[in-house]
Design a protein around this ligand. Structure first.
Ligand code: ZN
Length: 289
C-alpha cells in the first residue's frame, strides 16, 4: 500500500516515473566498489532512480498538497535516452488518477527546489515554444532564496533549471515565495536545508511524537546515509554534510521517517547509527507506517 493516515492527514505516494543517473555523480567522491554494493549500476555506470511525489490530504481544511512533480514529459528523445526515462510503472497524472485525484483537485504544489527532476512534471507544452502549468488553480510554493537562485543560476547549476519549467511558474499568479521555514497547517511545516542547492525546503508532518520528513535531495536514496556520501550534483557539498550532521543525530534519536523521493526500491527509511556511520535501519512503505 502506498497510502496511509498520519495524524490529521492522508498521505499518498505518487510515483511519477523512473530514470537513471550516473552512479559516480550520484555518490560524489565515494569509490564505486563501496556504493555499488548498495545500488548496482548498469553497463553504462547508471543507477536506477525514480521521482516519487507525496500527496498530502488535510482532514481539517480539505486542502490537497502535492510535494514535487517529477521529470514530466517535455523532453526530446535524446534526453529520454540519456536518462532512460521510463513511465511504464506510472506517471504523475496516471498515479494521481490511481490515487483518486485529478490535477484540478490539487490546491497547493510545494516544490522542494526547481531542478528539472522535481518540477518538470508540473507543466506541459502548450505549443512549440510555450509551456503551461497543469495545476492552474493551485498555489505554488518555493522559497524566495531558491527562486532567486533559480532565476540567476551559477553556470554549474544552470543546466538543472530549464526555461520551460520556470517560465510558467514565473507567470503564475499564485506563486508564493516563502522567506524561510513555513507553517502550512497544524503539524505540517517545512524546514530549510542548504548544500544541494540554495534554500531547499523539506516538508515535515507530525503525528504525536512521530515525524515524517520529505527527504528530497538531502537523502536521495537509502544508500546515501553516511555523512560524506553526498552527491556530486550538490552545489555546496561541505554545507550538505553540515546539514546532515545537524539533522541526522536528531533523526536517529526521534526515529524520523524519511520519505525518499529518488530511491527506486524504498519509500521510507529510518536512520540508525552503528558507532561509525549512519545507515538505513528500517525500510518500509508508506502503507506500513
Ligand atoms: Zn536537485
Amino acid at each position: 500500500m502506498h497510502k496511509t493516515v498520519f495524524g490529521a492527514y492522508t498521505l499518498h505516494a505518487i510515483q511519477t516515473g523512473f530514470f537513471k543517473l550516473d552512479g559516480g555523480a550520484m555518490f560524489g567522491v565515494v569509490p564505486k566498489p563501496l556504493w555499488s554494493r548498495h545500488i548496482p549500476s548498469d553497463e553504462q555506470n547508471r543507477i536506477p532512480m525514480c521521482s516519487r511525489s507525496l500527496l498530502i490530504e488535510s482532514h481539517d481544511t480539505g486542502r490537497c498538497y502535492l510535494i514535487d512533480a517529477g521529470l514530466g514529459h517535455k523532453f526530446n528523445q535524446k534526453f529520454e535516452e540519456i536518462y532512460q526515462v521510463d513511465y511504464s510503472d506510472g506517471s504523475l497524472l496516471k498515479s494521481l488518477a490511481s490515487a483518486g485525484f485529478t490535477p484540478d483537485q490539487i490546491t497547493d504544489v510545494i516544490f522542494t527546489h526547481l531542478h528539472f527532476d522535481h518540477c518538470g512534471g508540473a507543466s506541459i507544452w502548450k505549443d512549440e515554444k510555450t509551456s503551461e502549468l497543469i495545476f492552474p488553480e493551485a498555489n505554488i510554493w518555493v522559497t524566495r532564496a531558491h527562486w532567486n537562485n533559480a532565476i540567476h543560476p551559477n553556470p554549474r547549476e544552470s543546466a538543472s533549471f530549464l526555461k520551460e519549467n520556470l517560465d510558467p511558474i514565473a507567470r503564475h499568479p499564485r506563486l508564493i515565495l516563502t522567506e524561510g521555514a513555513h507553517v502550512f497547517e497544524n503539524d505540517f511545516y517545512t524546514m530549510i536545508v542548504n548544500g544541494h542547492t540554495t534554500g531547499m525546503q523539506l516538508p515535515v508532518l507530525e503525528d504525536g511524537d512521530r515525524k515524517l520528513v520529505f527527504a528530497a535531495d538531502l537523502l536521495p536514496t537509502h544508500a546515501h546515509t553516511p555523512i560524506p556520501w553526498v552527491m556530486g550534483y550538490d552545489m555546496f557539498p561541505l554545507t550538505s554534510m553540515e546539514e546532515r550532521m545537524r539533522l541526522f543525530p536528531q533523526a536517529v534519536k526521534e526515529g524520523w521517517y524519511f520519505f525518499l523521493e529518488h530511491d527506486a526500491d524504498h519509500e521510507i527509511i529510518q536512520l540508525g547509527h552503528d558507532g561509525r556511520n549512519y545507515h538505513a535501519a528500517t525500510k518500509l512503505t508508506l502503507g506500513e507506517l
